[in-house]
Design a binder for this molecule. Structure first.
Ligand SMILES: *Cc1c(COP(=O)(O)O)cnc(C)c1O
Length: 441
């Protein structure tokens, strides 16, 4: 017999997931009759909060467009690149794709770890003076995949720390592999994760003297969402903290190419980091490859588990088990990015986004707000004191027709902040400035 509670629970889940059924008068009957397998839902998936905030934002965006069909909505929300990829780079991909139609140029599976030419180019371009070997570079279809793969590698028994606020992938994959306890609504946190507070007063760098030891520390610099970048001294503290605690840092350098001052572009610039860090990076924000898909992970051979076993050996094994490599066409594109001409054209685009970020900072500073980031990153993190992020999000959406991201979605410390992305056309940034000036002056 289907108990009443069970029935209600299923009705609730289906109603949420199948809104089109809600208008069907036979809805309760349809649910009652739905065929159920005997498979228990993964308990870790059950722990995952079901209102993923980015989905929530798209829903709000669609609702807004329905309500105001004639307004021009400006999207400074989701961090997706907008500028076209330079021709020299796409030509290489076209050439590689074309060659696949010839007998000489055809190739099937490549090495799971990536093509040697690209691994060499990454090692030379980004880690030339740092002694990272090409064999320590693993190519993937993007960092998001690498984060999940690393979590699978680390397993459910490790403890993790994240910056608060932080990019949601570290936390969510941690929940999925079983590293956490349930979500506590009152705190806005999952149990068994160390949330390292980052706010304006500590320069968005956690106070390591009060942070608890964890096995793994996810650290992103330049940071998404705050746009802040850790200095050499700060990263030296982080490495020292990890060495003292015998922890592993998973360092997300997806925005390294946006750094134009002397902040480190790689964790491996810090002496001693190779024994305690893994670095993930990506062509997504570097070269507008969000749709092409290409990223990499560096696992130094010096990084060892407590029993002395090299992490790189397990990672290599896992990469070969979980994937059959990355698209050869994307890899041809990646190689073209790292040619002198490719690097130069990419820099022009990065500078363009950074000028957008500067304009956003300028607007808010002139309106008397505190705006952070933007200097070495495509994100500006604006504080609205005394307000809640979702309220500000709503206000900016309804009154200025601009989509942003409420800071609270990235963690409890993001409350009161809004993230503005500078991935946009210049005319949209200028139009947004006018609208924001009208709204807040
Ligand atoms: C965009 C982004 C990435 C890149 O993810 P891909 O899967 O390579 O597109 C990684 N880390 C952070 C923090 C990001 O914002």
């Amino acid at each position: 017999m289907v108990g009443a509670l069970d029935f209600l629970e299923r009705a609730r889940i289906l109603a949420r997931n199948l809104p089109e059924m809600q208008s069907n008068l036979n809805f309760p009957w349809l649910i009652y009759n739905a065929y159920k397998t005997m498979v228990r839902r993964n308990v870790n998936m059950e722990k995952l909060k079901d209102d993923y905030f980015l989905t929530n934002i798209s829903r709000r965006q669609s609702a807004h467009l329905q309500k105001f069909p004639d307004t021009k909505l400006i999207n400074l929300g989701i961090g997706d690149t907008t500028m076209p990829i330079p021709k020299s780079i796409t030509s290489s991909m076209v050439e590689r794709a074309d060659a696949l139609s010839t007998i000489e140029g055809y190739s099937g599976y490549g090495p799971e770890q990536g093509e040697k030419a690209l691994k060499d180019a990454i090692a030379n371009t980004f880690y030339g003076d740092l002694g990272i070997k090409s064999s320590e570079v693993f190519i993937s279809d993007g960092s998001q995949t690498d984060i999940s793969r690393l979590q699978l590698l680390l397993g459910s028994s490790v403890s993790i720390a994240v910056q608060d606020p932080s990019y949601p992938a570290y936390v969510d994959t941690g929940v999925v592999v079983g590293q956490t306890n349930v979500f506590q609504e009152s705190e806005g946190k999952y149990g068994n994760i160390e949330y390292m507070k980052c706010f304006a007063d500590n320069d968005f760098f956690p106070d390591l003297s009060t942070a608890s030891r964890t096995d793994i520390i996810f650290f992103c610099s330049p940071n998404n969402p705050t746009g802040s970048t850790a200095t050499r001294e700060q990263l030296a503290q982080l490495v020292e903290f990890s060495r003292k605690n015998g922890s592993i840092i998973v360092y997300d350098a997806a925005y390294a190419a946006y750094i134009s001052d002397d902040c480190p572009r790689s964790i491996f610039e810090i002496p001693g980091a190779k024994e305690v860090a893994i670095e993930i990076s990506s062509f997504s924000k570097f070269a507008g490859f969000t749709g092409v898909r290409l990223g990499w992970t560096v696992v130094p051979s010096e990084l060892l588990y407590s029993n002395g076993f090299p992490v790189i050996k397990d990672f290599d094994r896992l990469v070969c088990t979980c994937s059959n490599g990355t698209s050869n066409i994307s890899q041809a594109g990646g190689l073209a990015c790292l040619s002198p001409e490719g690097l130069k054209s990419i820099q022009t685009i990065i500078d363009f986004y950074k000028e957008n970020a500067r304009l956003i900072i300028e607007i808010f500073t002139s309106l008397g707000f505190k705006a952070y980031g933007g200097k070495n990153a495509p994100y500006v993190w604006v504080h609205f004191p005394g307000k809640r992020s979702w309220d500000v999000f709503t206000e900016i959406l309804e009154k200025a027709h601009i989509v942003t991201i409420p800071g609270s979605g990235f963690g409890p410390c993001g409350q009161g902040y809004i993230r503005f992305s500078s991935f946009a056309r210049r005319e949209d940034i200028i139009e947004a400035s006018w609208r924001l000036k009208n709204l807040y002056s």
